[in-house]
Design a protein around this ligand. Structure first.
Ligand code: MTE
Ligand code: MO
Length: 317
């Protein structure tokens, strides 16, 4: 597989991929002005200032996912972001988050565990970091292919030794209105929280990401550490985590609390379970001008399908 040299991602290619995206976004949303939970504002036509986009580092090794899909350019991955703690505008997040201080950082892990522990950044970086190229599918129907670096969540959970009555994992994002201007946006159930069933959390595909494109995560992508659950809609992949608790009962999540009729706990990517405002049958991949069919579990059915045997996926949306 061929390496992407940093010089290949020039301002010109940024410009072209953006134009291509704007074209496909027009198809996606029908020029929509739907004010959507989980974003849904019409994409801004103005490109983000390229000076704020970090350059990819030299350690990226892969160039496509296991299905042969090329990586979404770094400029898009780091320039088009849902991170409501900073802004509801996807193209404004990178700039607003640029000076977000992520060191020192602490992730407190506790609840129903035998060995509660606080992990600082060095602790997290001591886990063997690996590259995982995953499809990222937002419930708004856009998708990307992203090369993360990180480690399986399971390796961290094993260290704290969940007790036998731990059945779910609850995650929480930092909530500091001095540093995150979007927290002043009223009407949302801050802090951003998420949850997984313990067996989902232990699945090898589920990672804590500390990097993207072979370099540390930029703030807009959830620095210094965020969850990535590639078979679920993007909103499950909670950013900038400060707390992880093992719990007995199914926890709530930010979007379920905000709009329970629209966002369920499971949020598995499924072409046959429409969102009230978006059919999920198809999706728009960044850089592509025609829509493609959505894959069950975002194409990871072989790895995670067994977690849902016998479950009604429409009722448990
Ligand atoms: N704390 C927090 N995590 C979050 C969000 C958010 O607003 N706040 N947005 C989610 C949504 S809707 C998506 S699609 C992904 C986007 O991740 P990306 O910006 O790295 O592509 O982050 C998810 N994690
Ligand atoms: Mo999303």
């Amino acid at each position: 597989m061929r390496k992407i040299h940093p010089s290949e991602i020039t301002p010109e290619s940024i410009y072209h991929s953006r134009r291509q995206f704007i074209k496909s976004a027009g198809i996606l949303t029908g020029g929509a002005l739907l004010l959507a939970a989980c974003g849904g504002e019409a994409p801004s036509i103005a490109p983000a200032p390229t000076a704020t986009l970090l350059k990819p580092g030299p350690t990226l090794t892969g160039s496509m996912d296991e299905l042969g899909n090329p990586l979404t350019p770094y400029a898009d991955v780091s320039g088009f972001n849902n991170f409501y703690e900073f802004s509801l505008s996807k193209t404004a997040v990178a700039d607003l988050a640029r000076d977000f201080e992520t060191s020192p950082w602490a992730v407190q892990v506790g609840g129903l565990v035998d060995k509660p522990r606080t992990f600082d950044l060095d602790d997290l970086m001591r886990f063997t970091q690996e590259e995982r190229i995953y499809r990222l599918r937002c419930v708004e129907t856009w998708s990307m292919v992203v090369p993360w670096t990180g480690f399986p969540l399971a390796t961290l959970l094993k260290e704290v030794e969940p007790t036998s009555n731990a059945a779910y994992v609850r995650f929480e994002t930092l909530s500091d209105s001095e540093r995150m201007p979007g927290l002043n946006t009223g009407g949302f159930p801050w802090p951003y929280v998420e949850g997984l069933r313990l067996d989902e959390a232990m699945n090898d595909l589920c990672i804590l990401a500390t990097g993207v494109y072979g370099k540390p995560l930029p703030p807009q992508n959830g620095a210094p550490v965020r969850l990535v659950v590639p078979w679920k809609y993007g909103f499950k992949s909670i950013k900038s985590i400060i707390r992880i608790d093992l719990v007995a009962e199914q926890p709530t999540s930010f979007w379920s609390a905000a709009a329970p009729n629209e966002y369920g706990f499971y949020a598995n990517v499924n072409p046959e379970v429409p969102h009230p405002r978006w059919s999920q049958a198809q999706e728009g991949r960044f850089g592509e001008s025609t829509r493609r069919d959505t894959l069950l579990f975002n194409g990871y059915a072989e790895e995670v399908g067994h977690l849902y045997t016998g479950m009604d996926l429409k009722a448990n949306f």
